[in-house]
Design a protein around this ligand. Structure first.
Ligand code: FAD
Length: 413
């Protein structure tokens, strides 16, 4: 069986694997990326956050992405029962990028891997990791091609960026229950033949149809729009028929968007992903680290997935680079604690969204501009900025501000 030796083996060529590969290649390490699919391939996760722009920029992938002219995302619109809450990323507490993109991921991820390959990164497509054996920190990974042929890669480090493939969590029994409510999602793309003119046609929107159920509308610059619902698993399952019938029925829940999408053909049979939150017992071990969805996924409501994927990837890649240069690294503090800190902040926002507290703040009539700037920075992905009270005191501040908003509402009604 053919065997290859590398410094770092990266499993998966999504945003997480691509950013890790970009960094380690730039630093001169011998790396290999193995990817189960042939690109372009569909994957969900189309609304990005400004924070991830830093990562693409740092590893030299931004120029190629820029050239694709994806739809610019300068903020986000939330709506509920005729009330509207707009966030503008240029009005946020934390310094940094104030725009990003909303992207068809097939095209976006292919742009990343094309750019990496042009730089000389070795990416093996249609190769699936099927087994991993560790001797201390040295791993031997078995890879299967589409004809069933096996080969192995020996590596000093593995970065598992396999997304919902969750290769190492499965093989090493690392899965842990998530604290996030059991939500599922159903979604597809439509080609819009009669998109509204101007901002209305391009703005990303989250339409809240009930406390735990909401619709996303994500227009792309290629004329297609992503539509999808998220809600409690049991509720989504209660809709009759196949996935097309389910989604058609659910679209009737949105007073605002029903007419816009009525009668438009779905580009593919809507996909349903059940119980989307994922977690692990540990994010690293001897000779490996988990990044992106392979490590953790909370909920789509604040579009944190790709940003978390790239933040964890670049952090892990930097630590591995240091370790391979014989510097000492404290993985617990420098990786696990750091990443969990950001996850913890997002986790509060997700949970408080579904308790209704955050919705109370978003749709409160009396807007406080300073609070809005601070929450806006969180929604832009700057969840590691401890100068932001809504990061530092996230556990109690969201609850406290919602409580005050509720009291003010009661006093005026
Ligand atoms: P992925 O992008 O999934 O890439 C992993 C790669 O690993 C894949 O290409 C896969 O083929 C490959 N792979 C898997 N198994 C193997 C194997 N055995 N061997 C080799 N390769 C393998 N995030 C956002 O930021 N914004 C959003 O709007 C958003 N919406 C979402 C909506 C829903 C319903 C869901 C479920 C998620 C959403 N996400 C969103 C999350 C987003 O999909 C992920 O966080 C993001 O894609 C993670 O990137 P990644 O690089 O970790 O994994």
């Amino acid at each position: 069986m053919k065997n290859e030796n590398v410094d770092v083996l990266i499993i998966g060529a999504g945003p997480s694997g691509s950013v890790a590969a970009g960094y380690l290649h730039k630093e001169g390490f011998k790396i290999k990326v193995v990817e189960k699919n042939k690109f372009p391939r569909f994957v969900i996760g189309e609304s990005l956050l400004p924070r991830c722009m830093h990562h693409f920029e740092e590893v030299g992938l931004l120029e190629a992405l820029n050239a694709k002219q994806f739809e610019i995302k300068g903020g986000a619109r939330f709506m509920r029962d005729g009330q509207i809450c707009n966030f503008d990323f240029s009005k946020k507490h934390t310094e940094g990028w104030d725009w990003t993109w909303q992207v068809p991921r097939a095209d976006f991820d292919k742009t990343l891997t094309d750019s990496l390959e042009a730089k000389g990164v070795d990416i093996d497509f249609e190769k699936e990791v099927v087994a991993v054996d560790f001797e201390g920190s040295i791993s031997t990974t078995t890879i299967k091609d589409i004809d069933g042929n096996l080969s192995t890669v020996t590596a000093k480090y593995i970065i598992d960026s396999s997304g919902f493939g969750r290769v190492l969590p499965r093989l090493l029994d690392l899965d842990a229950p998530s604290e996030i409510p059991k939500h599922s999602s159903i979604f597809t793309h439509v080609k819009e033949t009669n998109r509204p003119e101007g901002r209305e046609g391009t703005i990303i929107t989250f339409d809240i149809v009930s406390l735990e159920t909401w619709l996303w509308v994500i227009p792309f610059s290629n004329g297609y729009t992503s539509i999808g619902y998220v809600g409690p698993t049991e509720y989504l399952e209660s809709f009759e028929g196949d996935n097309t019938q389910k989604l058609q029925e659910m679209m009737k829940l949105s007073d605002y968007y029903f007419d816009r999408f009525e009668g438009l053909e779905y580009e593919f049979e809507p996909k349903m992903i059940k119980n989307i939150a994922k977690s692990v017992k540990q994010m690293y071990g001897e000779g490996y680290v988990l990044t992106g969805n392979s490590a953790e996924f909370l909920d789509p409501v604040f579009s944190s997935g790709v940003t978390f994927a790239t933040e964890s990837a670049i952090t892990a890649a930097k630590l591995i680079a240091r370790e391979l240069k014989n510097e000492s690294v404290n993985w617990e503090i420098e990786y696990s604690d750091y990443i969990k800190g950001g996850v913890d902040v997002f986790s509060t926002y997700v949970k408080e969204w579904y308790t209704g507290n955050l919705q109370t703040i978003f749709f409160h009539e009396k807007e406080n501009p300073e609070i809005k700037r601070q929450i806006c920075a969180v929604l832009a992905g700057y969840v590691w900025d401890e100068t932001n009270p809504f990061v530092k005191n996230h556990h109690r501040l969201v609850k406290a501000v919602a409580h005050i908003a509720n009291m003010e509402q009661e006093a005026t009604s």
